[in-house]
Design a protein around this ligand. Structure first.
Ligand code: ATP
Length: 373
């Protein structure tokens, strides 16, 4: 089956079962040419299985996969113009850099002079010109990553699949490689499909992200859409940091009133679908959406008809992390609430044990049906 499209990859109602277990369940998506697309989800949600079907290492039980508009169901992996970078990179340690990159071209019968030209050109593009004769063990972790990508890109794939390639790197290098990968993707202008369980990797690098859970896609969107307008409670909890209160709906309207198990009343906006009186729900609020004042300080005025939610608590601990600093406040029912709070001039100084009042606008509190009542 073929389709006219400018999409590099389309998956339609893709399903994979292992015996009675459904690892990938009716998943559909399309990826426009030249984009960075991530599949984000917890361990075991089916990311690798989905990737293996696209690469041709697993056959789906149902559904279609189209690369540049042509169905590849039944096409063996080596006949699909798709390449894959693995977490362990799979570079050949006995070959030097040039031989590693040339390997696929040689297997494809490309002539010696053309191989040399293309290897030189791809090393130039990844910012490592002239390293052909270096041994793999002479490279840094970041250089090995780039060589693994170059080895795939020299073959000019329609789509490059990356299976948690940064997972084995230390934190600092991982942070740097996130940015480098994004730049490399721009440079090659090739579609990258990146799978990860690390939401910060997905948010930083991707044009669009699919959040996967239990074999299904919960939401596909830009990083901003996932962060600011999550479609489900799972996405609200998995993407970015959130505080979460469990409770029951006690009043309806444009804004819902929710009573938590500790008797705190919160006004919030419904995230998706109607929620009936009495329904078990979860309310999500980002740490940076909470204001914090020492108890007894004059209250800030909120917009008319929409009084801010107000919670009392005591400072538990202060976590300094530059612009991402947090205060942990112990509120009703002993729940720890994470508040974005950057110490500095003009900001009240806080100590553990201080009584504080937290506030947040109802628009900043999103409410979803509880995953389990
Ligand atoms: P991780 O991030 O831990 O790699 P994942 O999201 O990539 O996880 P998959 O490796 O796709 O998850 O696995 C999804 C589910 O399918 C898991 O429950 C796994 O145990 C199961 N599974 C994967 N491969 C097989 C197989 N060959 N036979 C049986 N079950 C399998």
């Amino acid at each position: 089956m073929t389709s006219d499209s400018t999409n590099d990859l389309e998956c339609e109602r893709l399903t994979k079962r292992f015996g009675a277990f459904t690892a990938v369940d009716d998943v559909s998506f399309e990826i426009p040419s030249g984009s960075f697309f991530s599949i984000l989800g917890p361990s075991g949600c089916g990311k690798t299985t989905l990737m293996r079907m696209i690469a041709g290492f697993e056959e789906p039980a149902a559904g279609d996969i189209r690369i540049r508009g042509r169905s590849v169901i039944g096409t063996p992996a080596n006949k699909r113009n798709v390449k894959m970078v693995f977490q362990h990179l799979a570079l050949f340690p006995m070959m030097n850099v040039g031989e590693n990159i040339a390997y696929g071209l040689r297997c494809a019968g490309v002539g010696r002079a053309e191989v040399e030209r293309r290897v030189g050109a791809v090393l130039e593009r990844i910012g490592l010109p002239g390293v052909e004769t270096k041994q793999i063990n002479q490279l840094s972790g970041g250089q090995k990553q780039r060589i693994a990508i170059a080895r795939c890109m020299v073959l000019e794939p329609d789509v490059l699949l990356l299976d948690e390639p940064l997972g084995a790197l230390d934190l600092k290098l991982r942070e740097r490689m996130k940015i480098e990968l994004k730049l490399l993707q721009h440079q090659f202008d090739t579609t990258f499909v990146y799978i990860t369980h690390d939401q910060s990797e997905a948010l930083v690098m991707s044009d669009r992200v699919a959040v996967m859970n239990g074999g299904r896609f919960e939401q596909i969107g830009t990083p901003q859409e996932l962060y600011h307008a999550p479609a489900t409670g799972f996405v609200a909890g998995f993407v970015g940091d959130s505080n979460r209160w469990r409770g029951r709906v006690r009043g309806g309207g444009e804004l819902l009133e929710v009573e938590t198990g500790d008797g705190v009343r919160l006004r919030c906006r419904p995230g998706a679908g109607a929620l009936a009186e009495g329904a078990a729900v979860e309310v999500f609020v980002r740490p940076e959406a909470l204001s914090l004042q020492p108890a007894g300080a004059p209250e800030a005025e909120g917009p008319a008809n929409s009084p801010a939610n107000r919670l009392e608590g005591r400072v538990d601990s202060l976590l300094f992390n530059g612009a991402a600093s947090r205060v942990l406040v112990r509120g009703a029912g002993d729940q720890l609430v994470e508040v974005g709070h950057v110490p500095g001039p003009g900001v009240p100084e806080l100590r553990p044990g201080d009584a504080v009042v937290l506030g947040f606008a109802p628009a900043e509190a999103t409410c979803f049906a509880a995953a389990s009542a």
